[in-house]
Design a protein around this ligand. Sequence first.
Ligand SMILES: Cc1ncc(COP(=O)(O)O)c(C=O)c1O
Length: 452
Amino acid sequence: MTDTFDFDALRAEEFGRLDAAGIAYLDYTAAGLHGASQARDHADRLARGVFGNPHSEHQASRDSATAQAAARAATLAYFDADPAVYDVIFTANATAALKLVAESYPFALRRGLALTADNHNSVNGVGEYARRAGAPVAVLPLDPELRLDRGGERLRAAVLAHGPGLFAFPQQSNFSGVRHDLVLVDIAQALGCEVMIDAASAGPYGGLSLRRHPAEFVACSFYKLFGLPTGVGALIAKRSALARLRRPWFAGGAVDFVSIAHGRHALKAGREGFEDGTPNFLALTAVDGGFAFLERIPQAALRARIQALTAYVLERMTATRHAGGAPLTRLYGPRDLEARGGTVAFNLLRPDGGVIPYGEVERRARDHGVAIRGGCFCNPGAAEAAFGLDRPEAARCLDQLDGRFSVEAFRTCLDGLGEGAAVGALRLSVGAPTTFGDLDRALALIETYVEG
Ligand SMILES: Cc1ncc(COP(=O)(O)O)c(C=O)c1O
């Protein structure tokens, strides 16, 4: 399947700067990279075009509006969303898209939030709006492979106990790479819930058809999909679901009418009532070009390539051992390729099984030109499940450190309890430009920790 597309030619033509800079970039879950032609085409568009504030009515303003309409159409097409049913609200990033729903959702005593334990903090934070409204918050736990543990069953129990509300989950976990079964959308909606999918870390390999799984809300950031532009994300929302939200404020661009003398305002209807202020109209002119760039790579070929790269790194990491036979790596998340993307979380171990602090590995990786991520990746629920920090011992440490928390103090406390737990991991993630050579460089770095 991979030979239907020449990924080596793509790397040479569009991402040669990685080789020129000597960087093995393996952080695609944090940010995708733009192809050189994307940057050239966008620079050319800006050099030739005259783009004005889209809130005016002159030609330069209309040209911005036309570019935005193209960006909207491309976004709807990518998520296979019927334009009669869905609209696209441009935001600063996925976080801002999620917050639009969080602050406007009619949370109440029997209309709460249910969420999987592996959400990014930009979704976990939605719980604060729910709690402020006195609404229940239910968290669906993970199994030892960091997949959802009987998600449908537990969601049913939560709805039975607290009533239906908003159900939020990531299409793909940014910690473990687990891709959740989209049948969850159908299950939640059959229970009377509305569904919000965080597609920010799902990778540019699609898989979400809103015609088949018509979630009410989907959030994304464009730089994660195709690198350029940064500073723009989107909330893809059912028009009917938008009408049920209640905005807590108004802003320039989102109102039809405001009277200061009489303290009244009227929000614009639909999408326009949610787009606060002037959109990033120059960056938005890069969005349809980004999708066009993605379309050059057949989705099936990309998925097969990501699987092949992921299989290679999982296999090699599992096989690498210290001279005495002790494992060098501890992998978190699925060991197989079933329902997972190209994100791999791990720690390195000493021969006695102790965890090598992730910050130390991160530093050495940087010195070796290997770009990987360290920490919890803003996904504390998956991290707690991975590290076993959901146990009472960890709660005791948190109580002890209340008010003077630091990661170091937390680790010291856990070590004091004889836990020896990790408090952060490393994450390697692959994308369309990744070569097996990039992975070999990461594996060579990892092997510098082999002892004996
Ligand atoms: C799963 C997930 N959700 C949300 C976000 C937030 O995206 P942004 O920082 O672009 O708002 C991220 C970013 O890493 C993510 O991985």
